[in-house]
Design a protein. Structure first.
Length: 108
């Protein structure tokens, strides 16, 4: 994966199935967005190799970082991102896995 410029990895059970998924943040372009940006991608590990789960091209906004953590105590990790605002500054945004992607929960 070195050619995709991996920046960091995060681990958490985002779908509630009892197994942790692996998220890798990359600095790369996307198929329909040829600007270098940080991009989140998620994988399942089947015991031998990583299998693609969600190859996100971005979140709601460009982000600086994100964590996977269970913020509401239900045993399922939410994605908590520090996103950049167009007018400057940052916002913390929470997303929940919704079958095939992440749904916005809240932002402050």
């Amino acid at each position: 994966m070195a050619d995709k410029n991996p920046l960091f990895a995060r681990v958490g059970d985002i779908d509630g199935a009892g197994d942790d998924e692996i998220s890798i943040g990359f600095y790369k372009t996307a198929r329909r967005h040829d600007v270098l940006e940080k991009r989140p991608q998620f994988f399942r590990f089947d015991g031998r190799e990583l299998r693609q789960m969600w190859m996100g091209s971005r979140l709601s906004r460009p982000f600086d970082d994100y964590e996977l953590c269970d913020i509401d105590g239900d045993g399922i990790a939410e994605l908590v991102a520090l996103e950049r605002l167009k007018e400057g500054g940052h916002i913390t945004v929470v997303y929940r896995w919704q079958g095939f992607g992440f749904a916005y929960i809240s932002g402050t």
